[in-house]
Design a protein around this ligand. Structure first.
Ligand SMILES: [Zn+2]
Length: 78
């Protein structure tokens, strides 16, 4: 069982957002020109970042090392 995640570090992927034009967090292009994804800390909340598509999201995760030390490897003692 995966025991590391907490309510404080959840991220939600939204398929729509209320904001107008936004630039991709990864590549800087306008996301509306593609198949945009938005990330938020709450379901239906304000987006904290946005990406053209899953490709840019995946590339951003790799580039920022966001997968390193993710929930299943994490423990409060570290
Ligand atoms: Zn992009």
């Amino acid at each position: 069982m995966c025991a590391g995640s907490t309510d404080a570090d959840k991220t939600f992927v939204l398929r729509t957002a209320t904001s107008a034009m936004a630039d991709c967090t990864f590549c800087g292009r306008p996301v509306e020109a593609h198949d945009p994804l938005y990330l938020s800390e709450t379901p239906g909340g304000e987006p904290t970042s946005q990406f053209c598509n899953y490709g840019c999201l995946s590339a951003h995760v790799d580039a920022a090392d966001l997968a390193t030390g993710s929930a299943c490897e994490w423990s409060p003692e570290q």
